[in-house]
Design a protein around this ligand. Structure first.
Ligand SMILES: Nc1ncnc2c1ncn2[C@@H]1O[C@H](COP(=O)(O)OP(=O)(O)OP(=O)(O)O)[C@@H](O)[C@H]1O
Length: 335
C-alpha cells in the first residue's frame, strides 16, 4: 500500500451493522424428519453483530476470519446485495442497498467462488455487455480494456468462451471485468482461491498496481495469509459475527513479536540436544528447529549452547510466519 495515496476522510463507514439468518433445523432420525415436514423448526444464525469500522480512500484492507465468521455477508452488505437488519453503512456517500443503481458504478466486486461472466460466450462479449450495463464511454472502455489486457495478460484468452478457461485465466478475467468501469472501490472475496503459485503472485501484483497507480481502495477477504502479507498492512478480523481485531500486520507482529524460530544445520549428530528455555520442534541428524521467546532466552546463548554439542554449518532465525500469528489471534478470541 502506498501511504501517500491515503486520504484522511473515510470512504467506507459501517456502524453497528447486524444481520441474522433464519435457517431450518435439520431433523435427525426418520421420525423427527417426518414431524419436521409438518412443523419446521428454525434457528437463528447471528451472521453479523454490531460491526463498525471505517476505511479510508487508498487503503488495502484484509478482511479475515475462520469459516462462517461473516466475511462474505459483510462484503454482500457493502456491495448492496444484502440488506442488513440494523445499523448504517455509508460508502462514498451512498447507502449501498438503497442507491444500488448509482452506487454500483463506483464499485467493483469479485466473488472468487462465483462468476460474473457469461459462461458460454467469449470473454470479450461479456466485457462488451458490461460496457452497455455500466454505460461506459467508449474511450474510457477502450483505454481500460487495453490496460487490463496488457497487465493481466489476456490477449490470448479474450476470444475464448469462459467455460474453456482455467481457474487462473478466469480469475484474471473476473478482475478485469470488475475494473472496466473505473471503480474507486474494489471488493474481492477470496480472489486467489484455488490458484497456483504463479497466478496468485500475478493477481497480487495486479491488485497492488491498481491501488498504487489508480488509488483504488481494496477490501479483500482471504484465507491465504500470504495474500495478507503481500498486500494488506491493515487487518480487520471477524469471528462469530463480531469484529475482533483492527490493526496493522506490524502491530500484530509486535504483539507476539518476541517469538522466534531457530533452524540449525550441522554435521551428522543423531542425538537430540535439549536447550533450556526453548521448545525443540524437530530434530533430524543434520537439522534441528527450536522455538523460543526472546524475552526469556537470548538467541546468542542458544546458538553457543548448541555449538558446544554439534558442529554448526548454518543457522537462521525467523519471526513467526503470519499464518501462525493469525492462528494465535483466533485462539486468543476462541473462534
Ligand atoms: N443466505 C444465508 N442463509 C442462511 N445462513 C447464511 C446465509 N448466508 C450466510 N449464512 C450464515 O451466516 C454465517 C456467516 O456466513 P459467511 O458466508 O458470511 O461467512 P464467511 O466468513 O464468508 O465464511 P467462509 O470463510 O466459510 O466463506 C454462517 O453461519 C453462514 O452459515
Amino acid at each position: 500500500m502506498n501511504r501517500m495515496n491515503i486520504n484522511r476522510e473515510p470512504v467506507i463507514t459501517l456502524k453497528d451493522i447486524g444481520k441474522s439468518f433464519r435457517v431450518a433445523k435439520r431433523a435427525a432420525g426418520l421420525g423427527k424428519a417426518f414431524k419436521a415436514l409438518f412443523a419446521r423448526e428454525y434457528k437463528v444464525v447471528e451472521a453479523l453483530q454490531e460491526i463498525s469500522f471505517e476505511i479510508r480512500e487508498g487503503e488495502i484492507v484484509g478482511y479475515i476470519g475462520p469459516n462462517g465468521a461473516g466475511k462474505s455477508t459483510t462484503i454482500k452488505v457493502m456491495s448492496g446485495i444484502l440488506v442488513p437488519d440494523r445499523g448504517t453503512c455509508s460508502i462514498m456517500g451512498y447507502t449501498p442497498w438503497k442507491n444500488r443503481v448509482d452506487y454500483v458504478r463506483g464499485i467493483g466486486v469479485v466473488f472468487g467462488q462465483r462468476s460474473q461472466l457469461w459462461w458460454d460466450v467469449p470473454v470479450i462479449d461479456s466485457f462488451e455487455m458490461l460496457r452497455d450495463i455500466y454505460s461506459i464511454p467508449f474511450p474510457v472502455y477502450r483505454a481500460n480494456l487495453d490496460m487490463l489486457t496488457e497487465t493481466l495478460g489476456l490477449t490470448d484468452i479474450l476470444h475464448v468462451p469462459v467455460r474453456q478457461l482455467s481457474l487462473g485465466q478466469r480469475m484474471r478475467c473476473e478482475i478485469a471485468a470488475s475494473l472496466l468501469h473505473d471503480p474507486k472501490i474494489l471488493f474481492l472475496d477470496e480472489p486467489t482461491i484455488g490458484l497456483d503459485a504463479a497466478s496468485k503472485i500475478a493477481v497480487r501484483q495486479f491488485i497492488k498496481t491498481i491501488n498504487q497507480e489508480k488509488g483504488v481502495t481494496v477490501i479483500l477477504t482471504t484465507h491465504d495469509m500470504s495474500d495478507i502479507e503481500a498486500l494488506a498492512d491493515r487487518i480487520l478480523m471477524i469471528g462469530r459475527g463480531r469484529l475482533l481485531y483492527d490493526g496493522t500486520l506490524d502491530e500484530l507482529r509486535g504483539r507476539f513479536g518476541t517469538q522466534r524460530t531457530l533452524t540449525a544445520d550441522f554435521r551428522t549428530h543423531p542425538e537430540p540436544v535439549e536447550i533450556p528455555g526453548t521448545l525443540r520442534l524437530s530434530w533430524t541428524p543434520e537439522r534441528a528447529v527450536y522455538s523460543m521467546d526472546t524475552e526469556h532466552v537470548r538467541i546468542d546463548r542458544v546458538i553457543s549452547r548448541l555449538s558446544e554439542e554439534v558442529e554448526l554449518l548454518d543457522v537462521s532465525v525467523e519471526t513467526k510466519p503470519v499464518d501462525e500469528l493469525i492462528l494465535r489471534l483466533y485462539e486468543e478470541h476462541q473462534v
